[in-house]
Every structure is written in structure tokens, then in C-alpha cells.
Ligand binder design. Structure first.
Ligand SMILES: [Zn+2]
Ligand SMILES: [Zn+2]
Length: 240
């Protein structure tokens, strides 16, 4: 049975974007190829359309775009695989849905009921410790490391200001580093607004935040075997 997102995506390309059927086929072939590639990498079992979690989809994309055999294949195919995946992610993110208004109704059609199969796909998850997470907040005395003055609210669990721990180098990039990223040096305590901002804020503002994190932590990171230059650090994170 065709995955629901595949049906919708194809309909979106043809009914809303009015692409020729040969172009639609082109986009879908690219994603079929990507599915095969991810299966060979043992990253997923089902198809890429079975992934319903946007973060997982983006993590997979980051891993794929970092894979040398994919890079080579993509180059041979004139970047059509990466373009196809980027287009699908844009669709999945809802970026293409802005201004769509009632055109969304063009996608309506009866869809088969699909029973959830919990292990249809699986991403390799690198271990992250809850203990380290908690310790990171405590060691910062529950103050945001971007600005100790940032206020949140008192969390029931700890009776301390609510804060979040953030990996300076994202943990899904572990494959690039010979030493663990889930270490004190790579963990910082942020208030929820700064935490969302460092992930989802404007690019230039994120870059400023990343520089600040780098200044605070690069020596400790180097001591943890995570040696990286300032620009390399910012670019690595921003390119995602
Ligand atoms: Zn984070
Ligand atoms: Zn903050």
C-alpha cells in the first residue's frame, strides 16, 4: 500500500503545483532512490514517506548529505537526489503550504487506514544521558548561559527555574567526531527561549549565539577531544 505522505506529495506536485507527470515521476524516482540508499545504510526499514517525525526526517537528511557514497551518486545525478529530498522536506515542513489556502482541498481524497507499525523505521540514536542533562543545569545554577538574567518559571520536578540542556555540537553529528558529544563540555544550560532560538532563530542571530557558545566552550571541548575551529563550528551547525 502506498504511504499516505507519498500519495499526498504526488497529488500536491500534480494538482497544486501543476507539474507535468514526467516531472512528478522525476521527483518520486529521486525519493525512491533515497529510500533505497537509506535502507542500504541501515537507517530505515520502510520508505522515507513512512517517517512522520519532521526532526527525524531532517536528521536523516543531514546524515545522508554527509555520506560519501550518496555525495558521489548525487554528483553524478546532477544533484537531482538532494534537490528531490530538499523539495520533499520543504513540503513536509509545510513551507509550501503558506498561501495555499483552499488549494489544500485539491489534495482531498479517501485515504486507506494504515495501522501503526512501531518499528517500520528506525534512526540510529546516539546515547544521551539524562543525568548529564540534569547536571548541566545544576552546574549553571539554573541560569541561562546566554544571559543569566533570563527568567523562566519554577519547575515542579526540581523546584528550580525551568531550564533546558543543549548540545553545542548536535548529537546527530556524532559520526564525524572520534569522541563523545554527550559530555559536559558540549552541554550548555539555556532558557527555553534561547534554546528554541539557537535551533530555529534567524540565521545571523543564530551565528552570533554560536560564536558566543564557542568562545565559552571551545577550550573545554578541545579537552574533551572535540577540536573544531570557530567558523567550522558555526558553519557545521548552520548548514543544516
Ligand atoms: Zn538543543
Ligand atoms: Zn536565555
Amino acid at each position: 500500500m502506498e504511504p499516505l505522505l507519498k500519495t499526498y506529495y504526488k497529488r500536491y506536485l500534480s494538482e497544486v503545483r501543476h507539474l507535468k507527470s514526467s516531472t512528478v515521476k522525476h521527483y518520486c524516482d529521486a525519493l525512491n532512490n533515497i529510500t533505497r540508499h537509506l535502507q542500504e545504510m541501515k537507517m530505515i526499514e520502510g520508505s522515507i514517506y513512512d517517517i512522520s517525525d519532521l526532526h527525524q526526517l531532517k536528521d536523516l537528511r543531514a546524515i545522508l548529505f554527509d555520506d560519501s557514497s550518496f555525495i558521489a551518486q548525487n554528483k553524478k545525478g546532477n544533484q537531482m537526489y538532494s534537490a528531490g529530498l530538499n523539495n520533499y522536506v520543504k513540503f513536509a515542513e509545510g513551507m509550501n503550504f503558506l498561501g495555499l489556502h483552499h488549494d489544500i482541498a485539491k489534495l482531498d481524497m479517501p485515504m486507506p487506514v494504515i495501522a501503526e507499525e512501531p518499528r517500520r523505521y528506525e534512526i540510529q540514536h546516539w546515547a544521551r544521558s539524562d543525568i548529564l542533562r540534569e547536571q548541566t543545569l545544576a552546574v549553571a545554577d539554573y541560569h541561562c548561559e546566554m544571559d543569566g538574567g533570563h527568567q523562566t518559571f519554577v519547575a515542579e520536578r526540581t523546584h528550580k527555574p525551568y531550564m533546558e540542556s543543549h548540545h553545542a555540537i548536535p548529537i546527530h553529528l556524532q559520526g564525524r567526531f572520534p569522541y563523545s558529544l554527550d559530555v559536559y563540555a558540549n552541554l550548555i544550560c539555556l532558557c527555553p527561549v534561547c534554546h528554541r532560538k539557537i535551533h530555529y532563530g534567524l540565521r545571523d542571530e543564530r551565528r552570533e549565539m554560536l560564536y558566543e557558545v564557542y568562545e565559552k566552550r571551545h577550550e573545554r571541548m578541545a579537552h574533551s577531544g572535540l577540536e573544531i575551529g570557530k567558523e567550522e563550528f558555526a558553519d557545521l551547525i548552520l548548514k543544516e
